[in-house]
Design a protein around this ligand. Structure first.
Ligand SMILES: Nc1ncnc2c1ncn2[C@@H]1O[C@H](COP(=O)(O)OP(=O)(O)O)[C@@H](O)[C@H]1O
Ligand SMILES: [Mg+2]
Length: 239
């Protein structure tokens, strides 16, 4: 099986005035289709930077990145934004919904950036909202929804283009535990439907839902373990 994502010796240095921050250091890893990967590590260890690079929101300073075997770093700016829109779904801690658009309009937004004249975008946005259990909230504005509901809208927006990979950065960080569990159940359901998920978290219980955990420290991978079964924490491989 060909890997979905292959990173080879990725480095990322952020410039900060005259200083340079080494945010990622020699990251080599791959993600196969259908995996549910948690990324954990202390604050500042490079988790968000890693997600941004995989999602083509940011470029590495050096190294190789292949998506479905295609050399991502050789693509034009225009092709990169197309990749971003079509191949990835993003979910962030603070939902990032547009406050003046309804739930349905927020979810439909990524469809309007497509160049391929998709038929029936509204029906597709509706379907995505139904998949996250919000069929009865389509015309609500974000301000009229609870935090958990807003995050479900964000998940619907992230899946509306049927991405290859869902990238979630602390998606439950702003939620209480019962709402957190509802979001995790939705992600688990999407994964059973074939979606590949990579999720950054501080929460050990959230990481426990993933079948693979990558541990970062100071920008480097210090652990990559696979657990047997969804609730098992037993480790069969530790780097
Ligand atoms: N845009 C930026 N400019 C300068 N430094 C950055 C920038 N983004 C992140 N960093 C630095 O890179 C390191 C990794 O950051 P980040 O990936 O956000 O870590 P995490 O998500 O694990 O908390 C940190 O030291 C952070 O301060
Ligand atoms: Mg972060």
């Amino acid at each position: 099986m060909r890997s979905l994502v292959v990173l080879e010796h990725i480095h990322k240095r952020h410039r900060l005035g005259s200083q340079s921050v080494h945010a990622l250091s020699d990251i080599t890893m791959q993600i196969d289709p259908g995996e549910f990967v948690a990324v954990v590590g202390p604050s500042g260890s490079g988790k968000s930077t890693l997600l941004s690079i995989i999602g083509c929101l940011d470029r590495p300073s050096s190294g190789g990145y292949f998506l479905h075997g295609q050399d991502v770093l050789a693509q034009s700016r225009r092709r990169l934004s197309e990749l971003r829109n079509r191949r990835f779904g993003f979910v962030f801690q603070n939902f990032n919904l547009l406050p003046r658009l309804t739930a349905l309009e927020n979810v439909g937004l990524p469809l309007f950036y497509r160049r391929d004249g998709l038929r029936n975008p509204i029906a597709r946005a509706r379907l995505a909202l139904e998949r996250v259990g919000l069929g009865s909230r389509m015309q609500h504005m974000p301000g009229q929804l609870s935090g958990g509901e807003q995050q479900r809208v964000a998940v619907a927006r992230a899946i509306v283009n049927e991405p290859d990979l869902l990238l979630a950065d602390e998606p439950t960080g702003a939620l209480d535990t019962s709402t957190r569990d509802a979001i995790l159940s939705i992600l688990a359901e999407l994964r059973r439907g074939g979606l590949t998920v990579m999720l950054v978290t501080h929460d050990a219980e959230v990481a426990g839902r993933a079948q693979r955990t990558i541990r970062l420290r100071d920008g480097a991978i210090v652990g990559d373990s696979i657990s047997l079964g969804t609730s098992s924490t037993s480790t069969i491989a530790e780097v």
